[in-house]
Design a protein around this ligand. Structure first.
Ligand code: A2P
Length: 283
């Protein structure tokens, strides 16, 4: 990757910009409109939201009024845990599209594999849900479909009956939490891995070893973590509401982490998981 405008190619041939702007915990209304507008001005062309973030309306507004318009931005949203099943998923998708104010979506993901309220029969329900995703894809309402927080065993279960395999798995991924088993499975099966909390929810930024390596390259620790993900063929989704940081997180293409340093980062234990365990989350 040489520039923020460069793309990965999904299994169905769709191009996806190599860094996405995350919007989790950015409140709807002016806050998200302003953060997404800053990101679009600074060169991002990929915005990640979700029904559960409660900010689809603001994301849609910022994208629609951006200089390049709707067509110039790749937008992802996600189906929340309160919805499973074929008909229910189609209805929830319609609501997401109403909030965004779009005719088509670029990428739609199942947000978590085994919601608390559906845990007893999540496998069957995911299959029905996925049937709706396939229907939306075939109807051209969404350009790509995938999952989020699916570990290897969740992917294997889904792929037993899927007619169209997921094209993306969005996982917690950062130094100290590499989820190697799931990431290898994805990469062997043509599933692009996206990294949420690529900065360990900000907790990695004070890590002394990461700071030391970053200083060698004259880069911030955040830039080091994002570049490290890119060098592994992973698509990072940094989030920030601070314009200077939003800008900094696009400047990842004027340095290369050496193989030796990349391996040193791989070996760090840092903070470990900062989010929930997909099999045991209480939501
Ligand atoms: P803020 O939004 O106040 O700018 P992650 O993407 O791993 O979840 O991390 C997000 C956190 O990291 C947010 O608290 C964000 O703060 C902070 N952050 C994002 N980019 C940078 C950066 N370049 N330098 C320092 N902190 C950053």
């Amino acid at each position: 990757m040489k520039a923020i405008s460069d793309t990965y190619t999904l299994a169905n041939g769709i191009a996806i910009p190599c860094v996405g702007f995350g919007t989790w915990q950015v409140p709807d209304g002016d806050a998200v409109v302003s953060a997404v507008s800053s990101a679009l001005e600074l060169g991002y062309t990929h915005i990640d939201t979700a029904a559960a973030y409660g900010n689809e309306a603001g994301v849609g507004k910022a994208v629609r009024r951006s200089p390049g318009g709707r067509e110039s931005v790749f937008v992802t949203s996600k189906l929340w845990n309160d919805v499973r099943g074929y008909r229910e998923t189609l209805e929830a998708f319609d609501k997401t599209m109403e909030r965004l104010g779009f005719d088509t979506l670029d990428l739609f993901l199942i947000h978590w594999p085994a919601p608390y309220r559906f845990r007893d029969n999540y496998r069957e329900l995911n299959r029905e849900t996925w049937r709706a995703f396939e229907e939306l894809y075939r109807a051209g309402r969404v350009r790509a479909i995938g999952v989020s927080n699916f570990l290897r065993h969740h992917l294997e279960e889904l792929m037993e009956t899927a007619e169209i395999p997921p094209m993306v798995d969005q996982l917690e991924f950062h130094p100290g939490w590499m989820q190697q088993d799931t990431v290898s499975f994805c990469q062997q099966n043509g599933i692009l891995v996206e990294a949420w909390s690529p900065l360990g929810s900000g907790k990695l930024l004070q890590d002394p070893q990461l700071c030391e390596i970053a200083a060698k390259y004259g880069k911030s620790t955040a830039q080091l973590c994002l570049r490290w993900a890119l060098q592994k063929g992973i698509l990072p989704l940094p989030k920030s509401v601070t314009p200077e940081r939003i800008r900094q997180n696009t400047q990842l293409f004027d340095f290369v982490i050496s193989a030796e340093d990349e391996q040193a980062i791989d070996r760090l234990s840092c903070v470990g998981r900062t989010g929930s365990d997909p099999d045991n989350a209480k939501f």
